[in-house]
Design a binder for this molecule. Structure first.
Ligand SMILES: NC(=O)c1ccc[n+]([C@@H]2O[C@H](COP(=O)([O-])OP(=O)(O)OC[C@H]3O[C@@H](n4cnc5c(N)ncnc54)[C@H](O)[C@@H]3O)[C@@H](O)[C@H]2O)c1
Length: 369
C-alpha cells in the first residue's frame, strides 16, 4: 500500500473529503459508518468493477459492520438513460431506502452520474457517496456534484447538482481497467494543468508516459482533484469559472455525439478536443504555436489522440460537429461557448465569433490531422 492523500472539497456544510491512493477503500470504509445509520450500504455497482473487486468491496463493508445491498448495472453511456434512473430509483424505493441513508456509486463516471441523479431525486434527495473505479471518475467525475443522464437531444442534458458526502478513490481498483481507459482518464489530469496549473503540466510533461502508473499517477490524480476542488469551491453551480473545466469538452462532446456507437471513449474525445482548443487559439492569434505543440506532443507521448483525424468512430463532418457544438448547454444567446487558451495554464471562456471559421478549422483538422 502506498501513501493515501486526502483532498478536502470546501463547500460549507456540504464539504467533503476525497481520499486517494492504493488502499483507500479499506481506510474509507471507517468513514462510511455514520453515513449508513441503518447499517445498510446501498450500492449502484458497475458490473465489470464488481466482477473484479466485488469480493474486496464486500469484505470491506463487512469489516465496517455494513450490510451490502447491491444493484448491479452494466456501465457505459447506455446506463445513463431515463430508464436507467427509473429502474434504480424504483429498486431503492422497493428496498426501503430512507432519506437519512445513502446510495454509493461503485463504478466509472457513467455509474456515478446515474447513481448521483437517482440519489438526488429519490425521496427528494438521499445521501450519496462515490467509490470511483475508473481513472476518469477518480480524478474528475466523482468530485463536484454534477450528476445526470443523456437524453435524445444530447449528452448530460438532464441532471442535478448533488454533492457526495465522501469520495473514496482507490487507485488499486484501476488494476483491472483496460489501458485505453487509463489513458482516457489521464486526459482529465492533463486538462487540469492545461486550464490553470502550468507547473502541474510541466511535471506531467517531464514524467511522460511514466505519469500513468504507480505513485506518480496517485500524485498527479491528487493534484487534479485538488485543482477541481478549488474551482468547484469557487463556483459550485457553474455560473462562471467552473465552465473552464469544460476545456476540450465542447469539441469532445460533438465528436462523441457523432461517433459510431461505442467506438469512442470520452477521455479520447476530450484529448482531441483540448488539442483543437489550443490550435484554434493559435488560429485566432491568442496563443503561441509552441504552446499548442507542447499540448500535442504530451498527448501523443502518453498515447492519446491529438486531433479529430486521430479519433476512432468516424468519419466525422465539420459542419455536423459545429451543429452539435451549437446545442451545447454552456452556450449563451445562441453563440457557441468555447474554452480557449492564451498558453498552457491560461484557459479562458469566450463566445465563438465565427461559426463558419470554426467549421473551416475543423474541416482542415479532419483532413490533415
Ligand atoms: N459528473 C461529472 O462532473 C463528469 C465529469 C466528467 C465526465 N463525466 C461523465 O463520465 C462518463 C465517463 O466515465 P468513465 O470514463 O469512467 O466511463 P464508464 O463509466 O463507462 O467506464 C468505462 C468502462 O470501464 C468499465 N469499468 C469501470 N470500472 C472498472 C474497473 N475497475 N475495472 C474494469 N472495468 C471497469 C465500465 O464497465 C465501462 O465499460 C461520461 O458519461 C461523462 O459524461 C461526468
Amino acid at each position: 500500500m502506498s501513501e493515501l492523500i486526502t483532498v478536502p472539497v470546501a463547500l460549507g456544510e456540504r464539504s467533503y473529503d476525497v481520499i486517494i491512493g492504493d488502499g483507500a477503500l479499506e481506510t474509507g470504509m471507517d468513514r462510511l459508518g455514520p453515513l449508513c445509520p441503518r447499517r445498510r450500504a446501498f450500492i449502484a455497482a458497475d458490473a465489470a468493477a464488481l466482477a473484479a473487486h466485488g469480493k474486496r468491496l464486500r469484505a470491506g463493508l463487512n469489516a465496517a459492520g455494513l450490510e451490502p445491498v447491491i444493484f448491479e448495472i452494466e456501465g457505459g453511456e447506455r446506463a445513463k438513460t431515463w430508464t436507467g434512473v427509473e429502474r434504480l430509483v424504483e429498486a431503492l424505493l422497493e428496498a426501503g431506502i430512507e432519506r437519512s441513508e445513502c446510495l454509493i456509486a461503485f463504478g466509472g463516471g457513467t455509474i456515478g452520474d446515474l447513481a448521483g441523479f437517482a440519489a438526488a431525486v429519490t425521496k427528494r434527495g438521499v445521501g450519496f457517496v462515490q467509490i470511483p473505479t475508473t481513472l476518469l471518475a477518480q480524478v474528475d467525475s466523482s468530485v463536484g456534484g454534477k450528476t445526470g443522464i443523456n437524453t435524445a437531444s444530447g449528452k448530460n442534458l438532464a441532471g442535478a447538482f448533488h454533492q457526495p458526502a465522501l469520495v473514496i478513490a482507490d487507485t488499486g481498483l484501476l488494476a483491472s481497467l483496460p489501458e485505453r481507459e487509463i489513458r482516457a482518464g489521464y486526459a482529465e489530469i492533463a486538462k487540469a494543468g492545461l486550464i490553470a496549473d502550468a507547473e502541474l503540466f510541466a511535471r506531467l510533461e517531464s514524467a511522460g508516459a511514466g505519469a500513468l502508473t504507480g505513485d506518480a499517477l496517485t500524485r498527479a490524480a491528487a493534484d487534479a482533484v485538488a485543482f477541481k476542488a478549488r474551482i468547484v469551491a469557487e463556483d459550485e453551480r457553474e455560473g462562471g469559472v467552473r465552465a473552464l473545466l469544460n476545456l476540450g469538452h465542447t469539441f469532445g462532446h460533438a465528436f462523441e455525439a457523432e461517433a459510431a456507437k461505442g467506438a469512442l471513449v470520452h477521455g479520447e474525445a476530450v484529448a482531441a478536443g483540448m488539442s483543437l482548443a489550443f490550435r484554434y487559439s493559435v488560429r485566432l492569434g491568442v496563443c503561441p504555436q509552441a504552446e499548442a505543440d507542447r499540448v500535442d506532443a504530451h498527448l501523443r507521448a502518453v498515447g492519446l489522440p491529438a486531433s479529430g483525424a486521430e479519433l476512432p468512430g468516424g468519419p466525422y463532418q465539420a459542419d455536423r460537429l459545429v451543429a452539435r457544438m451549437g446545442s451545447d448547454k454552456k452556450n449563451r444567446g445562441g453563440a457557441i461557448t468555447l474554452i480557449l487558451a492564451r498558453a498552457v495554464g491560461e484557459a479562458y471562456i469566450t463566445p465563438c465569433e465565427d461559426a463558419a471559421d470554426l467549421a473551416a478549422f475543423l474541416d482542415e483538422d479532419l483532413r490533415t490531422g
